[in-house]
Structures are given as C-alpha cells and as structure tokens.
Design a protein around this ligand. Sequence first.
Ligand SMILES: Cc1ncc(COP(=O)(O)O)c(C=O)c1O
Length: 331
Amino acid sequence: MKFETKAIHVGEEPNLKEGGSGDVVVPIHLSSTFARREVEKPTGGYEYSRSGNPTRHTLEKRLAVLENARFGLAFSSGLAAETVLCMTLLKSGDHVIAFDDLYGGTKRLFNTIFNRNFGVEFSYVDARDKENIKRGIKENTRLIWLETPTNPLMRLCDLKGISGIAGEKGILTVVDNTFMSPYFQRPLDFGIDIVVHSTTKYLNGHSDSVGGAIMLSDEDIYNKLKFNQNAIGAILSPFDSYMVLRGIKTLAIRMDRHSQNAIDIARYLESHPKVRNVYYPGLKSHPQFEMARRQMSGFGGMISFEMDGGLEEARAFLEGLRIFSLAESLG
Ligand SMILES: Cc1ncc(COP(=O)(O)O)c(C=O)c1O
C-alpha cells in the first residue's frame, strides 16, 4: 500500500466476521470502561478508556504506519505528548540539546517546567550546522530535540547526519515533525528515534481538534511511554481520535495543495518591493534548499517573512488580511 491508501484504510478494516457489524468507519467508542467475565483478565482486550480505547487505538495504528514506525500513541495535545516524552526519557541532572529555533510553547515547557522545577539542563544550539550539536554533547546528554523546518524561521537540520552523531554516543533523537507531516518527511527513515506531532495542525487539518502524537519503533521505550501516558492521563478523547482519523484520509491531497499554494505565495512575496526576506524551504533562495530536497518530498504550507517597517506596519498588514484568519495555528 502506498501512503495515500494507508492513510485511508489502515486500522479501519471492516469486521466481516460472524457477528461483526462491517462498519467501514470506526465507531466513536465512548464507553469509559469495559466489562469482563473474569477478574484477572479483560475479556475484549480493553479495561478502562484512559489505558486503552478502541477508537484511539485505531488512530494509533494509523499514526504509526504513516511515519514508518512500529508504534503510535495519541495524546490530548502536542504539548501533552512532549510532556510525557520528557517525563519518560529524562530525570533531574540530565542534559538536552535542542535546536535554538523551536516552537515557543516547547521552549516554555523546557525552561519553565523541566528546567526550573525538575532540574533538567537545556542547551539551545544552531542545529543547521551539525557540528554545533557535536560540540554541545556532554557526559550527561540524553536527548537531542529537533524541529525541521523550525517554527517560525523555517530552518532545517540534517536528519541523517545528526542521528549518526547521536547514535555513536547512545543519545536519543526526537523530531517534532508537525510542520512537514509524515506525508512530506519521515524522520525515522533517516535514523531518528522518535517523532512527535501536534495533530492539531496538518494531521487533523480542519482546526476543530487539539491533539498530539508520538511515533517510534523501539518497543522498550514504547512500553514505558504507554505506561506513563496511562499513569499521567494525557490521552486523546474518542471523539478527537475519530476527527483525526477522518482528517488523515485527506492529508496527502491537502499537503500537495498547501505546498503548491505556498510556493506561489512565497514567490510573490519574494518579488514584492516591501518584503525583505522570505523563509520557505521550497525557494531556491533558501540557504538549505538542497537539504530540503534531500530529506523532504515537498515543502509544506508554512512561510515566514520580514517586511519593511516596524510593529505598526506589521500590525496593519495582519489586520488587513481577508482570506487568512488572524489566528494562531496552521493546517
Ligand atoms: C511545531 C509545533 N509543535 C508543537 C506544538 C504544540 O502543539 P499543541 O498546540 O497541540 O499542544 C505546536 C503548536 O503550535 C507547534 O507548532
């Protein structure tokens, strides 16, 4: 099966066995708990919806397949996924190297919670040059945290190069793949250990669900994450799981169109006399255009740019937009 087919079918194979309903779409299983015949073991495989839910489980299978991972987990937000990941992989005194241009909420989580309250140390480096990662490694470095392209400056890092450096030292690598979605970039194929997503963005794709995901292939880490997700309680609801499953069915065609639209807009902005800089990895003028072509199969829908003037001009531009909603988020 190719990506588009998997995105529609995996996990939602109709149950045509005797007594099966043959649903072509997974039901939204709202039951908070699941009855059993015997005390010791669950009868139908599920116990309690925080620990496991059939609708969420269907989404998790689909998420895994899209990233070429063995396992997927769905969370109540992107930041909930990041929190469970950090709580599982890190302890006080550990050191993390992170790209210096990251989604602001991720930096807030790292700095105000994991650093201030739990004593995890963070170094932010310009990961466009992988030597900066190499130089930043210390005795207690446990994790390298990347985005590529980054939010907001659309900077890239070399997935294969960095996973190689980390692998030699036994350090785990995480990539937040929200901006590309698994349709355009699959970091695990380049040796990255773990992928996180805000499914709020492209994966759901309709601005009507907040969620997060982790995809990985290491069974031992998966078991720890699953245990901790249940212990912490950061799960995606059955309704949101259904919404994301539905959204994913059109991911491929949406991403292709986003990419086509974005290149047109990026070129228009680049030619505009009032625009100073355009940051879009699909432009030949992007300093990492060749890297983008190597590790991504498209360039996505996110663009950032600098315009002439100051805060007033920027505000006037944003408040003058007619088709784009003046609102946070993407996808
Ligand atoms: C790249 C990136 N990662 C993570 C997040 C956080 O996801 P959520 O808002 O679903 O918690 C965002 C949100 O904007 C994001 O842009």
